[in-house]
Design a protein around this ligand. Structure first.
Ligand SMILES: [Zn+2]
Length: 255
């Protein structure tokens, strides 16, 4: 049996079909336009014809991730002592002080701040020895040995005694430019006043008393109240507050 379709209804269905088709067509056009715009935008965000895709960093496995880099010893915490000699080809960029001494240029600003702070409290320190070359360290050792030999000691005895006072060349922190021997400007301060001020305040500027009296077994060096070593403010504060030495801080008591 045929279903009779009203001609008016038939026209209505056709119109509705046309409207839906038009709507779907417009939707399609819109989707294509959005996609095309998005692609163009990604390819050339600045509208610059010379723009190129950036390199993909993640693929290169030779570049260590940032968190593995931090495991290396930072420059300010390098350990130099009898058991840890200065690495070969160690390079230092120096800054010359007004009295002719030099230090690693990275420690200069805090060294200056420390001296300014001391002077503001009527304490007058002077930097008597900063960076030393290997040659200078050798000549200091030679002089010290000669001094003991002149007092009647054998060569061997003289060397042993000299090594209590002068670091064996290659094991002196002065050769890396991170240490400074600080004494008093004798016209204005006493040595004890300067040493006492430094002992209490140097950590605020990133410096530590490197060879304390109660750590000679660990450092291998006699008490030197004048020898200050830059380690940075964070390490200096911890070393000072815990009453430890650099070897203990680094957990490297190599004996
Ligand atoms: Zn020194």
């Amino acid at each position: 049996m045929l279903i009779d379709i009203n001609p008016a209804d038939n026209q209505d269905v056709k119109n509705r079909f046309r409207r839906i088709s038009t709507f779907l067509f417009l939707c399609g056009c819109l989707a294509m336009a959005v996609t095309a715009f998005g692609l163009i935008k990604d390819k050339n965000p600045l509208g610059n014809k010379e723009w190129q895709m950036p390199p993909i960093y993640a693929i290169n496995t030779n570049i260590p991730a940032p968190n593995t880099r931090s495991e290396e010893t930072p420059w300010n915490l390098i350990l130099v002592n009898k058991w840890n000699t200065i690495p070969d080809n160690y390079e230092v960029e120096l800054m010359e002080l007004t009295n002719g001494q030099s230090v690693d240029k990275r420690i200069y600003p805090e060294l200056q701040e420390m001296f300014d702070a001391a002077r503001s409290e009527n304490i007058y320190p002077i930097a008597v020895s900063g960076y030393r070359t290997e040659m200078k360290q050798k000549s200091l050792m030679k002089e010290k040995i000669a001094e003991y030999k002149a007092k009647g000691h054998s060569q061997e005895e003289a060397r042993t005694k000299a090594e209590e006072w002068v670091a064996v060349p290659g094991t002196s922190e002065h050769q890396i430019g991170l240490s400074v021997d600080i004494n008093a400007d004798k016209m204005k301060s006493t040595g004890n006043d300067v040493y006492e001020w430094l002992r209490k305040n140097s950590y605020k500027f990133g410096f530590i008393l490197r060879y304390p009296a109660d750590k000679t077994d660990i450092t291998g060096v006699i008490h030197e109240p004048w020898h200050y070593r830059y380690v940075g403010k964070e390490a200096a504060a911890e070393i000072y507050k815990r009453g430890i030495c650099l070897e203990e801080y680094l957990n490297k008591t190599n004996q």
